[in-house]
Design a protein around this ligand. Structure first.
Ligand code: SF4
Length: 315
């Protein structure tokens, strides 16, 4: 193992994102540190949820890695907090966002499950971000428990109130993501409750998603395109279905010279297709496919099939 790989890395990608372009992932948590245990989670099931905020990783080291990646000149369209769980559980996130904003104009994006936004301190921490993508899959306590399997004490009502408060305080963009799971949160009565919650939150966009990547719970099923389109109409003009990323080329050099380490950094955080990785690493699908097959044969990653598509995931 090379010296580079033995150091903790808080970055992954840039990975092609369906909505953010080439997104440099910033991961400031130990693997699956989350307040929820969603049935569709790409990180696998983890019944030990938490709402305790802690530093988890040194803010200075994260900032140093982000600055180095930005200075490398590679294409980065967004710097995105995401990865191994709920990023607002890291109590240093405000410091890290402020540090990034001082060093670059690349937009800072935070993907959050919204569970901590009832806290004024968390809302303050996110104020410096450019775009916050909070998720809201349930506007009813029974559905919340079924789809998000939350930490005890969290309620859908508190989450909606936290989101509405954040909207009043935050000047940047809010893209509200709703993950739809067949037979769980897609019923007409529940969709009306979600619509009413969205009216309180007043997001800039509503983004409808479904279970396109391998989920924690195998029975979590996606909706089809026609059903998604029907639901989009329920939410009106500001709603969109997140389309597949369709970039064809990636200018600039990859983050890591060590392609194997770069692959493991991405696959360790979410299942990806060979095409996703080829776009991310800058190689051909054939070259990257060979690398993935080799890592698969070595038992470092494995291939899984989800809705007729092959994804690579961590072992
Ligand atoms: S999908 Fe996100 S919010 Fe849900 S359990 Fe996984 S990491 Fe947590």
């Amino acid at each position: 193992m090379s010296e580079r790989r033995s150091k903790p890395t808080y970055l992954y990608g840039p990975v092609p994102s369906r909505r953010l372009g080439y997104s440099l992932g910033v991961d400031i948590l130990p693997f699956k540190t989350c307040s929820l245990d969603c049935v569709y989670c790409q990180l696998g099931a983890e019944p030990k949820t938490t709402v305790r905020r802690a530093e988890f990783v040194p803010a200075r080291a994260v900032l140093a890695q982000v600055r180095k990646a930005v200075a490398s000149g590679q294409r980065i369209d967004a710097i995105t907090f995401s990865g191994s769980g709920e990023p607002t559980l890291n109590s240093g996130i405000g410091t890290i966002i402020r540090g990034i904003k001082r060093s670059t104009r690349i937009p800072v994006v935070v993907l959050t499950n919204s569970s901590c936004l009832a806290s004024p301190g968390v809302r303050r921490d996110l104020r410096q971000a450019d775009i916050v993508v909070p998720s809201l899959d349930a506007a009813d306590e029974a559905v919340f428990r079924k789809v998000n399997r939350p930490h005890a004490g969290l309620t859908a009502a508190k989450i909606v109130a936290g989101l509405a408060a954040f909207r009043r305080e935050f000047q940047g963009q809010i893209w509200l993501e709703i993950m739809l799971v067949r037979g769980v949160n897609d019923g007409p009565r529940h969709l009306q409750k979600l619509k009413a919650a969205a009216a309180l939150i007043r997001p800039d966009r509503i983004q409808l998603n479904t279970v396109v990547r391998p989920p924690a719970v195998k029975s979590a099923r996606p909706l089809g395109p026609a059903e998604m389109e029907k639901i989009r109409k329920v939410f009106g003009e500001s709603a969109e279905i997140i389309a597949d990323f369709n970039a064809t080329a990636r200018p600039g050099a990859p983050v890591a010279v060590d392609a194997e380490a770069a692959v493991l950094a991405v696959v360790g955080r979410r299942p990806v297709t060979t095409r996703d990785l080829a776009l991310s690493l800058g190689g051909s699908v054939e070259e990257v496919g060979d690398l993935l097959e080799g890592l698969g044969s070595a038992g470092k990653i494995r291939a899984v099939v989800h809705h007729k598509k092959v994804y690579w995931e961590k072992v």
